[in-house]
Ligand binder design. Structure first.
Ligand code: OXD
Ligand code: MN
Length: 595
C-alpha cells in the first residue's frame, strides 16, 4: 500500500532518504498485521506470549531498564519564540533543534524496517477527530498504536488527496549495522521528544516507551492538539470522561483532570458504592471538547485504547479494569508468575511465592525492589472495558455537564468545592497542585503545581492557556459546564486517609450531579460553594461528624498560606497571566483577611 496523497508521499520519501531503512511498510491496520507485529516482538526477545489459559491473546514485554517512563526533561516545545513555550516547557530555537535532529536521524534506521502508520485520534471521520501519520522503526510501537488509535487504510481514505495530517517521526535511535540486535533497542544518551507547534510536527528519538513513542497520545492529542484548540476555539485536555446515571436513569457526562497517578482510570471505571447509581466509561486520559450549535461543550475520547499504570490495580481499586485485562492485552514491565501469567504490586494482598520481576530476574517476597516496575503498563482496547458507554465512539461527542479538577493534597483543599462561576473554576484549575509523595503530617510536602493537570502536556505558554480557558467561558452563546475542585486524598494527623475513596467517590459525584440539576444545596463560602449541611450523602459510611466537618471545612489559616504561594507561581509567567486570575487571587486574599 502507498498513498495517493502527494504531500504524504513526499514526506515519507524524504524521511526514508534521511533515515535510510532497509524497507518501508505501510500499515493497513489489519488483525493479521497486528499478529505479525506481536510475533516480531516475541522473536526479538523483548516479548513473550502469556499462558493462553490465564491470559488469552496477551503478551508480556520487557523494556530496557533505562527506558521505562516519559522523559519530561528531554521533552521540548520548539516554538519560534521562547516566550510562546513559556517557563514550564523546555525550549530550543527551532532551527538549532532541526540541525541536531537531522544529525541524529541521519541513517538511524539502517538495517531496520520503517513503518508508516496513518492514524485517527477520534472516531474516523468525526469533525472533532484529527489525523496523524507516524513513522517508526519499532514493531512494539506499531502494535501498541493498533490498540491506542484507529490505524490503517480507512484513515487514508478520509485523508484523501490533500487532507491535513500531523507528521510524527519516531526512531528508537539504534541503527542495526552489524547484524545482531538487542531485544529493546533505544538510545538513552540521545533522547529528544520534540514538538514544533507552529508547523505542527513531532520528532521523537531514542526511546521506545509509552508517551515518548506512541506519538498519538501525549504528543499529538495533548501538546499539538492544545495549540490547535487554542487557534480553533476548543479544548484539548488531560481528562477522563465518565457517564453517570442516577437511580431514575437520568444521565450526565463529567470530564475530570487529575495529575498522572491520581486514579483517573479508577474513577473512569468506578463501581459506585451508592445503590442505584451507575458509572460508565467514555475515556480515561484525554478529552477533546468542542462547542456544538447549542453552545454546549461536547467531548470525545480521541484514543481507542487504555495505556494504564498496572501497579495498584486490583478488584478493590478497579474491578472493571481487572475484568478488562483478562485477555488481549500487551503488558509492559509487569512481573510474571511461574504459570505464565502477570502480577504487579497491589493486585493481591500478598505476592505469589515465585515471580520473575520486570527485569527478567527471579524475585521472592521480601525482596528490596518491586517485582513490577512502578510505571509498568497495560495496553488494551477501550472496547474491552466491561463498562464502556455505548456512545463512546459517537462522532458528535457527549455533552459535558461538569468539569472536575483534582490533585493529591493531604491538607487544606476540601473534598469538593464548586466554583461560583467559570472564572473561579479556571482559577481552581490553574492552582491544582499535587504532593509528589505521601506527605507526613505537619509537612505539607513538596507540592508540584500542575495546572489543569497539563503541566507536562501543554504545547504553549501556560498563562496563554489560562487566557484561552477564560476566552472559552466568555463566548456569548456558551452554555458552560459547572466546575468543581475535588480532593480524595485528605489525611489526618497520623497520616490516615480521611475519605475512603474509590467507589465511595460516587457520593461526591452524586452531589455534583444534583448541583447540575439545581437540586442539591451548596453553602457559599470565601473559597467557593461547599456542600450545605447534610447534603453530601454519607448514609452507610463509617464517617464521624468531626471527620466530615474536617473534609468540608474552610481552612482559613491554610488558605492564607496558599495565597502568597499562588502569587509566586503566577509571577513565573509575568505579564502573560490573565488579569482575571490575578483578580481571583487578590479577591480570595481579601475575603480571607476579612474573616
Ligand atoms: C499517562 C500519564 O501515561 O499521564 O497517562 O503519564
Ligand atoms: Mn495521563
Amino acid at each position: 500500500m502507498s498513498s495517493t496523497h502527494p504531500r504524504l508521499g513526499d514526506w515519507v520519501r524524504t524521511t526514508a532518504s534521511l533515515c535510510r531503512p532497509s524497507r518501508i511498510v505501510w500499515c493497513n491496520g489489519s488483525r493479521a498485521e497486528f499478529d505479525a507485529l506481536c510475533d516480531l516482538v516475541v522473536r526479538s526477545g523483548a516479548g513473550k506470549r502469556l499462558n493462553e489459559k490465564c491470559r488469552p491473546g496477551s503478551y508480556l514485554v520487557r523494556s530496557d531498564p533505562v527506558d521505562v517512563a516519559r522523559v519530561e526533561d528531554r521533552t521540548f516545545i520548539c516554538s519560534q519564540h521562547e516566550v510562546d513555550a513559556g517557563p514550564t516547557n523546555n525550549w530550543v530555537e527551532p532551527d538549532r533543534m532541526r540541525a541536531t535532529l537531522n544529525g541524529l536521524f541521519d541513517g538511524c534506521m539502517r538495517g531496520r524496517t520503517m513503518y508508516v502508520i496513518p492514524y485517527s485520534m477520534g472516531p474516523i471521520g468525526s469533525h472533532i477527530a484529527k489525523i496523524g501519520v507516524q513513522i517508526t522503526d519499532s514493531p512494539y510501537v506499531v502494535a501498541s498504536m493498533h490498540v491506542m488509535a484507529r490505524v490503517g487504510e480507512p484513515v487514508l481514505d478520509v485523508l484523501g488527496a490533500d487532507g491535513e495530517f500531523v507528521p510524527c517521526l519516531h526512531s528508537v535511535g539504534k541503527p542495526l549495522d552489524h547484524g545482531s540486535d538487542v531485544p529493546w533497542p533505544c538510545n538513552p544518551d540521545n533522547r529528544y521528544i520534540v514538538h514544533y507547534p507552529e508547523t505542527r510536527e513531532i520528532w521523537s528519538f531514542g526511546s521506545g516507551y509509552g508517551g515518548n513513542a506512541l506519538l498519538g497520545k501525549k504528543c499529538l492529542a495533548l501538546r499539538i492538539a492544545s495549540v490547535m484548540a487554542r487557534d480553533e476555539g476548543w479544548l484539548a485536555e488531560h481528562m477522563l470522561i465518565l457517564k453517570i446515571a442516577n437511580p431514575a436513569g437520568h444521565v450526565k457526562y463529567f470530564a475530570a483532570a487529575f495529575p498522572s497517578a491520581c486514579g483517573k482510570t479508577n474513577l473512569a471505571m468506578m463501581v459506585p458504592a451508592l445503590p442505584g447509581w451507575k458509572v460508565e466509561t467514555v475515556g480515561d486520559d484525554i478529552c477533546w471538547m468542542k462547542f456544538d450549535g447549542d453552545g454546549r461543550l461536547r467531548a470525545i475520547n480521541p484514543e481507542a485504547g487504555f495505556f494504564g499504570v498496572a501497579p495498584g490495580t486490583s478488584h478493590h481499586s478497579n474491578h472493571n479494569a481487572m475484568v478488562m485485562l483478562q485477555k488481549n492485552c500487551i503488558f509492559t514491565n509487569v512481573a510474571e508468575t511461574p504459570d505464565g501469567d502477570v502480577w504487579w504490586e497491589g493486585m493481591t494482598e500478598s505476592p505469589p511465592e515465585n515471580l520473575t520481576d520486570w527485569r527478567g530476574n527471579a524475585w521472592h517476597p521480601g525482596e528490596s525492589g518491586p517485582a513490577a516496575h512502578p510505571n509498568s503498563r497495560f495496553t488494551v482496547a477501550c472496547a474491552q472495558c466491561p463498562v464502556i458507554a455505548e456512545e463512546w465512539e459517537d462522532p458528535h461527542g457527549v455533552p459535558i455537564s461538569a468539569i472536575l479538577f483534582g490533585g493529591r493534597r493531604a491538607s487544606v483543599v476540601p473534598l469538593v468545592n464548586e466554583a461560583r462561576d467559570w472564572r473561579q473554576g479556571v482559577f481552581f484549575g490553574s492552582i491544582v497542585s499535587s504532593e509528589q509523595t505521601a506527605a507526613a503530617f505537619g509537612n505539607i510536602g513538596q507540592l508540584r503545581r500542575d495546572p489543569m493537570a497539563m503541566l507536562p502536556f501543554c504545547g504553549y505558554n501556560m498563562a496563554d492557556y489560562w487566557s484561552h480557558w477564560l476566552a472559552i467561558g466568555a463566548r456569548p452563546t456558551a452554555r458552560l459546564p459547572k466546575i468543581f475542585y475535588v480532593n480524595w486524598f485528605r489525611k489526618d494527623a497520623s497520616g490516615r486517609y480521611l475519605w475512603p475513596g474509590f467507589g465511595e467517590n460516587s457520593r461526591v459525584l452524586k452531589w455534583i450531579f444534583e448541583r447540575c440539576d439545581g437540586i442539591a444545596r451548596a453553602e457559599p463560602t470565601v473559597i467557593g460553594m461547599l456542600p450545605a449541611d447534610g447534603e453530601l450523602d454519607t448514609t452507610g459510611l463509617d464517617l464521624d461528624n468531626a471527620t466530615r466537618n474536617e473534609l468540608l471545612r474552610v481552612n482559613v489559616a491554610g488558605w492564607k498560606q496558599e495565597i502568597p504561594l499562588i502569587g509566586e507561581y503566577y509571577d513565573r509567567f509575568g505579564s502573560r497571566v490573565p488579569g482575571g486570575l490575578r483578580d481571583e487571587v487578590r479577591e480570595l486574599g481579601s475575603r480571607l483577611e476579612h474573616l
